[in-house]
Design a binder for this molecule. Structure first.
Ligand code: FAQ
Length: 330
């Protein structure tokens, strides 16, 4: 239903004949892999799409701290606590780089936050699922960061300069995150029968939500065609999902865990694993705000925004005072 709704408003890719001279020149530049920089001319819709994607990505990094932050005080050892703390702090940094990249397009962080809190902007569906046990810290790192890297490595080559440069650093850190998750899974999978059961349970719950991170199937993707023509996106949602499955299945086998999909099978002809699609109705429900944790996540962000008001006001007052002093001195 939602899929049909969004599809009917989908972005049509403009043909070369319909482009203005500026648009043609812009497309030639993108085709030649020349980066677009903040002061360069760009089509309004290119700017709009980037603000949407980078803004949603930034919100995801920040909201994504919540499911893991939930376990910092309950990490099983001091070492695990320190590692998880560092990882969650990295996510705050990623949010920061991405908000800065979005700001170069003429939108403020306050505007982006206001859109998130009023439900006019999204964040990744995955963060609307709860983290119920310590094994979920392993599954989040292994699968969620794993899916994030799969999506973000190609984005290092995205056409917009500030976004692509932010991605280079983010990918380095995400790669550490994925490994720390896999290390937790190894420990649990090789541990006691109870630990092994927790690891399998975490995989069972996180598998399909992780597949959903790549977005709807290509036939229902609204923005892919135009975003790919502009090299905002480098791959389709289904291409990246398939790549993720291909890389993750052997990792699960190494752990001795079972991916919860009876149809999962290596296909000799295509060289890919065949797999079951996630429940797309559930995905669209989560996008509409009806996932298990949507309300909690937005309430937490709202509280953080309200609690931080005095800091923002203080900083603004300080900046205004300095600007006034500078004018007086001139
Ligand atoms: N969740 O036409 P498409 C991380 C929306 S990484 C929610 O295919 P598009 C790291 C989409 O916005 C996670 N909404 O859209 C971390 C659109 O609705 P709209 C974040 C989704 O943009 C790890 C509609 O569906 N990564 O957080 C989702 O071409 C651990 C139609 O879809 C990024 O954001 C979804 N999963 O492709 C942090 C990467 N999928 O906006 C902490 C950059 C789709 O028209 C802990 N983003 N929608 O109302 C992208 O690559 C793209 O935006 C996609 C979606 C691939 C996510």
């Amino acid at each position: 239903m939602y899929a049909q709704m969004v599809k009917s408003t989908g972005d049509a890719v403009k043909s070369r004949e319909d482009m203005s001279d500026d648009e043609r020149h812009f497309q030639d530049k993108v085709d030649a892999n020349i980066k677009v920089e903040p002061r360069d001319w760009m089509p309004d819709d290119y700017r709009k799409t980037l603000i949407r994607q980078i803004g949603q990505h930034a919100h995801s990094e920040i909201v994504g701290q919540l499911p893991e932050g939930n376990w910092i005080t309950r990490a099983p050892t001091l070492e695990r606590k320190a590692i998880l703390l560092a990882k969650v702090q990295d996510e705050a940094g990623h949010g920061l780089y991405l908000y800065c990249a979005a700001e170069t397009l003429g939108v403020t962080r306050d505007e982006l936050t206001e859109k998130l809190l009023s439900g006019r902007m999204k964040y990744s569906s995955i963060f609307n699922y709860p983290t119920l046990t310590w094994a979920d810290m392993g599954a989040v790192g292994w699968l969620v960061d794993g899916a994030a890297i799969m999506n973000q490595v190609p984005l290092q080559r995205t056409s917009y300069g500030p976004y692509s440069r932010a991605m280079v650093r983010i990918c380095k850190e995400e790669s550490f995150h994925q490994r720390q998750g896999y290390a937790i899974m190894m420990k649990m999978a090789q541990g006691s029968p109870a630990q092994r059961k927790m690891a399998q349970d975490a995989l069972n719950r996180m598998w399909y939500p992780s597949l959903m991170m790549f977005g709807p199937s290509d036939k229902d993707s609204v923005h892919s065609a135009q975003s790919m023509a502009w090299k905002i996106k480098i791959n389709t949602n289904d291409e990246l999902r398939q790549k993720f499955v291909n890389e993750t299945v052997p990792q699960a086998e190494y752990l001795g865990l079972t991916i919860p999909d009876e149809n999962l099978k290596f296909n000799e002809e295509t060289g890919n694993y065949d797999f079951s699609q996630p429940d797309w109705d559930e995905f669209f429900e989560v996008l509409k705000g009806n996932g298990p944790c949507n309300t909690d996540r937005l309430n937490a962000r709202r509280k953080a925004w309200d609690d931080g008001a005095w800091v923002r006001e203080g900083l603004l007052a300080h900046a205004e005072k300095r600007a006034a002093a500078k004018v007086a001195a001139e």
